[in-house]
Design a protein around this ligand. Sequence first.
Ligand code: DGJ
Length: 726
Amino acid sequence: MGIQYNESKKIFHIQGKSVSYIFKADKYNNLIHLYYGKKIRNINDNVINTNKAKSWSIIPNEEDDQYALDSALLEYPTFGHVDLRSGALSIEQENGSRILNLKYDSHKIIKGKKGIEGLPATYADENEAETLEIALIDEVTNLLVVLNYTVFNDRNVITKSVQIINKGYQTLKVLNAQSCCVDYRNSDYELLQLSGAWARERQIVKRQLVQGIQSIGSARGTSSHVHNPFMALMSPDTTEENGEVFGFNLVYSGNFLGEVSVSEHNRTRVLMGINPLNFSWQLKPEERFQTPEVVMVYSNEGLGGMSSEYHSLYRENLMRGTWKEKQRPIVINNWEATYFDFTRESLEDIVKKASEIGVELFVLDDGWFGKRDDDTCSLGDWYVNTDKIEGGLEKLAKNVNNMDMDFGLWFEPEMISPDSDLYRNHSDWCLHVENRERVTCRYQLVLNLSKKEVCDYIIESVSKVLSSAPIKYVKWDMNRYLTDVMSMDLPRDRQMETSHRYMLGLYYIMEEIVTRHKDILFEGCSGGGGRFDPGILYYMPQIWTSDDSDAIERLKIQYSTSLVYPPVSMGSHVSSTPNHQVGRTTPLNTRGNVAMSGNFGYELDLTKYNDKQISEIKEQIDFYKENRQLIQYGDYYRLNNPFEENNGAWIFVSKDKTEAILFYTTILAEPNPVDQQVRCRGLNEEFNYKIDGLEGIFGGDELMNLGLTLPELKDFESVRFRIRKA
Ligand code: DGJ
């Protein structure tokens, strides 16, 4: 395990739990990729020659006319010199050339993993991981490129990131710097991506690779609702439990690119990193540029194997802080209950009802500050509107505390309303282009986080509110994409740095605020799940999954989100019916079952619910409290796929396999159905289990092979089974 270097052959072998990643520096010091897949002991590189020249090949050296790189598997390729496929790095030089010829220079192997300054990243101590740093040099420019590979000893995870350092005398411009490149020998893969839109984020899309370029990405300033910064290559016929899967997830919340290209010889190249569209970064001598990190997961146990690797890595080596392993509270949020129309008293009525049935935290959503009664004003004016909250936040929070609940608050710190005091005083603080109309979305502009004074204003104004009352939770929202991305402070040739500078500013603000307010539980949000990515999870251990709170829509959204992100990272609430997004009416039991499969809460006006409904809600809350450790920190297995079947089912299993909860929800019922079974996963075949409400003993082998027989369910009905070792 770890990183081995064969000095005579200059072969690097990176080995994780059951994965090998191998490459070498060849006779010309070009880095040639050899293998990525199931762990092997050694490689016989004598007969692997992906660099064999073909007709029309580019021959770098006529004296060695069998040697070419334009179809070879390359570790970190550049375009235009010896390879004409998409490159990982492009640097404009003072003479206008973008040609580079990177050669292996040296390397270092270190224990553990270094942090990435200013950017979120997974972390590991000296016993958990090893890191390889490969230095490549372009002789003409004296550009130094350092490729970082970290392998986690007990996982099937390899992370990659790159530093680009100008060791020469000219000023360079980075035009493209991908975090990761992996070349595959052939194209026998399907590409899986998580794509969608607002209220239907991260839907599973699969396509067969074909010759040409297929890509996902964002140029919207956030990772976005449209494509998640994740993709996977899968061997044909991959299922939940079988098949080879290669996952790629970028730890970044801004513009990104995920590109898969298939060449004329069916070589497949995967690139992932910051989107080169509207990006550049100037590098004066001795300056460096750091790419974000890509987390690569290998599984030869299908998609389920990949997910369990991502889940445990993100829970243990990405999330941080007080709440990393702590049970998350059951919340009630007033957004869908009141929207902007509330007073302190009306909120306290909801809190009173919630407190009587055991809800633990009340979140005051949008509309508490400035003079905000709708979405047209006041973003940036982070002081309480005492017309609505008479007595201020402190009084409200204390009243909530007196009802035995904690208090949480919504912010949208990155924004500014043209109708705000902040804008009247600092109209130059937003992203805009001089002499052009400023384009609003939801009546708001975006603060220019590439400016330090803007970041500091946010830190201080948010911190001031957080210190003004006993606030235990923050919902950090972000409700528009970035347009007119220019920073008037930057010179012309640095304007294309603005989007990435925005992200660096955002991460600086988040780091500062979460460090100053260590005990607060932060939940990320961006119009629902518009920024659901590992970058945010580094600062905030949970994210509002989607503005779509309909239980049936959530079957798909939560199913596909769980491909990468653990249930404990997903905010999911019961809302009222007919559902506000799709108009659907579903049983309260179903809404409860779906919502309690993540960080549970309610988003409804409990004062409008009758006694029978309230006692059903209380029963949900009691059940969740009893089982929250298992749901939030147990192992999660997907059972039935709502994209392909007429239901959704999943199971949470404790680490020792003595406890489990299975949830099953029908979408549309079939008339005159035959009996249906759902097969469990993750149990111990040898154990015997009892199931609450069912007679007799079930073998683990029976539950996982024959399955559990389901009752007949009508449209949108749901059941849950509490399973315990007998
Ligand atoms: C979008 C969020 O996703 C909602 O939950 C809510 O907080 C609104 N913004 C408030 O404006």
